[in-house]
Each structure stands twice: as structure tokens, then as C-alpha cells.
Design a protein around this ligand. Structure first.
Ligand SMILES: O=C(O)COP(=O)(O)O
Ligand SMILES: [Mg+2]
Length: 231
């Protein structure tokens, strides 16, 4: 099966289109500082990204030396609210598109593919990032980690995208950098393409067997041109 048989491309955002860790790390550390906790380097924080803001901040608090084993709910709630407000102020300062993303998305759109975003990031941050990186008007649908009762690796966001775009699962491909993307795709019986350069908790994405695994975003065009076959 080539990408030619597909009409809808479902893209993950963080670690796939955008290297957002510099700004996420800044907001995490500002939060920890405010709470008088240890801060962390970007490489460490990178491995906590992938399951949405609540998980990110819970992982940061748990890793902090000066905290008890259990996380008091009130502390997590306070930290989350601080994080969301710090991140609001730096959502697209040092975040950057990965190489080839803009050209490839534009080429895909021009060839008639319908594009959507399915991220675990809170919905409120999607539009500012897309605007900051001049990626507006490309995506027909944008679902965040808090848009629905479930987020990736649950298949609900993918099923919802199919429903809202009025297409079948066979017409879609999920493209992402993390096991959450590949597992959600498999659970929805949707083909998947993994990208090796993003954030996957320092694990090899190949373990989760996406139909394709690319090192560069513009390799999507190779499949589109029918050079490659989806396994
Ligand atoms: O921000 C996150 O936790 C992950 O976001 P993603 O689903 O776009 O990779
Ligand atoms: Mg991702």
C-alpha cells in the first residue's frame, strides 16, 4: 500500500513537526523554581514529554529530589496551573520546525492530501504554535490532549478525526514520533509512519513496529511518489 491510497494524514505535533522541548523545559523549570524544587536540563525533560501537560509536570515533580514519594494532589494542581501559565508566555519562543516540515506539508497539501493534527498537548497551545511557525491554514482539524475524554495511545482521537473528517480508517495514516502515536494507530487499525528524531522516552520507536520508520520528515514524499511501499 502506498501513501497514494490514503487521503488523510494525521500528524502528531511535538517531536514530529515541532521541536518544542526548549519552551516546554523553560516552563517546567520556571514552575519548579517557583515551587522551590530542583530544576532539570533539557535532555532530561525531553524524556518526560509525550503524555500531555499533567504527566509532564507530574514526572518533573516526582523526579525532584526535595519531594516525598507520593505527590499531594494539591501540589500537582498548583504546579499544573503554574506550568500552563508559564508555557502560555513562551509557547513559541525557541520552538522550531524540524527540517523539511513546512515544504513537505505544503507539497502534501498541494497534492490534495487532507491534513489534521492529533496531539496530546493541551488544545489551547496548538494555534499559537502553528501561528508562531507560520503553519496556519494547512490543517482541517486540530485535536489536543484535553479535547476528548481520552488521548493517545487511546484510539478515540483517531476515531474522532475519522468521524469529523467523514473518512474511513483505511483512508488515514498516523504520523508521529512516539509510541503513543503508533499504539493509538494500531488500536484504531490505522497505518502508521514513525519518525525517529523526536521524543520517545529514549526508546527505539522500531520496537512498536510502525508500517514505516523515517529519519527525515521529507521522506514522506518518497512514499507519496510511490517509491516506497507501506509494509
Ligand atoms: O505535549 C505532549 O505531551 C505530547 O505532544 P504530542 O502528542 O504532540 O507529541
Ligand atoms: Mg510527539
Amino acid at each position: 500500500m502506498t501513501l497514494k491510497d490514503k487521503s488523510v494524514l494525521l500528524f502528531d505535533l511535538d517531536g514530529t513537526l515541532v521541536d518544542s522541548v526548549p519552551d516546554l523545559a523553560l516552563a517546567v523549570n520556571q514552575t519548579l523554581q517557583q515551587l522551590e524544587r530542583d530544576t532539570f536540563d533539557e535532555a532530561t525533560i525531553r524524556n518526560w514529554v509525550g503524555n500531555g501537560a499533567l504527566c509532564l509536570i507530574s514526572r518533573a515533580l516526582s523526579a525532584s529530589k526535595n519531594i516525598d514519594n507520593t505527590l499531594p494532589e494539591a501540589l500537582v494542581t498548583k504546579a499544573l496551573s503554574l506550568f500552563l501559565s508559564f508555557y502560555q508566555d513562551c509557547v513559541c519562543v525557541d520552538s522550531a520546525l524540524y527540517s523539511g516540515v513546512k515544504e513537505t506539508l505544503t507539497a502534501l497539501k498541494e497534492r490534495g492530501y487532507r491534513l489534521a493534527i492529533i496531539t496530546n498537548k493541551p488544545e489551547t497551545f496548538i494555534e499559537p504554535i502553528l501561528q508562531g511557525l507560520a503553519l496556519t491554514n494547512l490543517f482541517e482539524l486540530q485535536l489536543g490532549g484535553d479535547s476528548l475524554p481520552e488521548r493517545k495511545p487511546h484510539p478515540l482521537p483517531l476515531f474522532t478525526a475519522c468521524q469529523q473528517l467523514k473518512v474511513s480508517t483505511e483512508q488515514c495514516v498516523m504520523i508521529g514520533d512516539s509510541k503513543n502515536d503508533i499504539l493509538a494507530a494500531k488500536a484504531a487499525n490505522i497505518d502508521s509512519i514513525g519518525l525517529s528524531y523526536g521524543y520517545n522516552y529514549d526508546e527505539d520507536l522500531a520496537v512498536h513496529q510502525p508500517n514505516y520508520l523515517f529519519d527525515n520528515f521529507n521522506e514522506l514524499l518518497t512514499v507519496l511518489d510511490g517509491v516506497g511501499e507501506l509494509a
